[in-house]
Design a protein around this ligand. Structure first.
Ligand code: DC
Length: 226
């Protein structure tokens, strides 16, 4: 078993940016588990499967093969052999992922895949249920959050910088809806593990949050050495 770091938190809290930086500093492998749910969501969208129809999604799971690899340190996701890393980053795919991730068949399909990566390598894995379900024995768990307003503003800036026109109110409403879905589902809802360190990034820079996580990791690593 590698030395694993679990980072959970709501959409837009900065998990992937920070986990990627921390992984680079620590020499760990970064695993973005949201991308796995997004690949399954993409399959449903491409095949016109209604995300509200649990039985149809469960059936479709049998036809999806999801593979996770790394190329020059960057995670790649293959869906039935096709690299879909570049096409899963849309709001449409994110919302579909949030919807179908509530279904047991979807979560069951990804459970062993996530655990097997963590068995082989030192990973920083981010998601919603990593500390609570996937890696309950991880020596370091972080719950990274930020206020809805901060997350909304970050997303708004990101989209406007890309030249996408958007509305801040609408973005905040989407975030609230996604939080409610992710936190209130029956299986593996998003919540802080009892032994997780809470980090609220609302008033912190990316560098400060990364530094906080890296120093927690170094403390724990020193504690486990020898
Ligand atoms: O982190 P993200 O936005 O890429 O995740 C997309 C959706 O996938 C998220 O709204 C809920 C789901 N998800 C999950 O249920 N469990 C995870 N470990 C990661 C993501």
């Amino acid at each position: 078993m590698g030395f694993n770091i679990a980072i959970d938190g709501p959409a837009g809290a900065g998990k992937s940016t920070i986990a990627k930086r921390a992984a680079r500093e620590l020499g760990f492998v970064y695993v973005d588990t949201g991308a796995l749910y997004r690949a399954m969501a993409l399959y449903c969208l491409k095949n016109q499967i209604d995300g509200r129809d649990e039985a149809a999604v469960a059936k479709a799971c049998e036809n999806m093969e999801i593979t996770l690899t790394h190329q020059k340190g960057e995670q790649q996701i293959l869906l039935n052999g096709e690299n879909v890393t570049g096409s899963i980053r849309t709001e449409e795919v994110g919302n579909m992922a949030s919807l179908i991730s509530a279904y047991p068949a979807v979560r069951a399909k990804l459970l062993e895949l996530q655990r097997s990566v963590a068995r082989k390598e030192d990973v920083i894995m981010d998601g919603r249920d990593i500390g609570t379900c996937i890696l309950p024995d991880a020596p370091l768990k972080i719950y990274l959050t930020a206020s809805v307003e901060t997350r909304g503003q970050r997303r708004y800036r990101e989209l406007t910088q890309k030249g996408v026109s958007c509305d801040l109110e609408e973005i905040c409403r989407d975030i609230r809806e996604r939080d409610a879905r992710d936190m209130n589902r029956e299986i593996a809802p998003l919540k802080q593990a009892e032994d997780a360190v809470l980090v609220d990034s609302s008033e912190m820079t990316i560098e400060e949050v990364t530094e906080r996580i890296v120093s927690c990791a170094r403390e724990r690593l020193a504690g486990t050495a020898g």
